[in-house]
Design a protein around this ligand. Structure first.
Ligand SMILES: [Zn+2]
Length: 253
């Protein structure tokens, strides 16, 4: 970990001027962002806008993990990557893009698939985790880790023109397994790049709100965006007493 900064530089004051004008943000909020760490699981459709907006906002340490390589069919939505990086590691491509976007940050990339054996080393103890994955087995692993280590998790998923997002902070909120007990079948699904653009931007916003302490996060609420008719709906979600991950007998003693 880097030494905690105690003040903003002239560069910071200029670069982040417009967001520091937000009520409740100011120099104190920017300093929190500068000293914060985030883990982004996935450098694909959701991971791209999440990582780009967090880097643009000056989030001090960004760890990003993806074991895939850049493919031509990714490029309609995965805007961290470019045509000339085809075949390269998405993790390294992400690191390169983020370093170009904001060279003042500590960017660490991991070209590995998250599993039980490497989760502690790769995820570490960040201030917040963002779920930008495309499969539920790894999402559940991430959920287990965050519940166990009391790390907030910004979950999202997309399909076609539809997306969902919620802010998980167990035991205050339900965990992912409470909300989605059974993994939907894995499939190659349709997606327009703008859909993860919308939802990933909301994930970045939730992350920055949480870290600076402004606004109200989507705790205990699942926001569903339907781009077909341009509706945003928020539904309440509850903890399940018998949840195998955060059930009352596991998490509350
Ligand atoms: Zn649960």
């Amino acid at each position: 970990m880097e030494q905690n900064a105690t003040a903003l530089s002239d560069y910071d004051l200029q670069r982040y001027n417009r967001q520091m004008m937000l009520a409740g943000w100011g120099e104190a909020g920017q300093l929190k962002i500068k000293n914060a760490s985030v883990f982004i699981a996935g450098a694909g459709g959701l991971g791209s806008p999440v990582a780009l907006y967090l880097a643009a906002a000056g989030l001090g340490e960004i760890r990003i993990c993806d074991d895939d390589s850049v493919e031509l069919s990714n490029l309609n939505r995965q805007i961290l990557h470019t045509d000339n990086r085809m075949g390269q590691s998405k993790a390294l491509s992400a690191e390169q893009t983020l370093n170009e976007m904001n060279p003042s940050l500590a960017i660490k990339s991991f070209g590995e698939r998250l599993d039980e054996t490497n989760a502690a080393r790769i995820i570490g103890q960040p201030d917040i985790v963002v779920d930008c994955l495309d499969n539920y087995p790894t999402r559940y692993l991430l959920n287990d880790y965050c519940v166990k280590h009391h790390i907030p998790l910004v979950h999202a998923a997309i399909w076609g023109l539809i997306g969902q997002i919620t802010f998980i902070q167990s035991p205050e909120t339900p965990c992912l397994k409470c909300i989605i007990p059974e993994a939907p079948p894995k499939e190659v699904f349709p997606v327009l790049g703008a859909t993860p653009g919308v939802i990933g931007s909301l994930q970045a916003m939730e992350t920055l709100k949480y870290l600076t302490g402004i606004g109200e996060c989507l705790k205990g609420r699942l926001l569903i965006f339907d781009g077909d008719n341009m509706s945003f709906e928020t539904i309440k979600v509850k903890r399940r007493p018998g949840c195998s991950v955060c059930g009352f007998d596991q998490a509350d003693h």
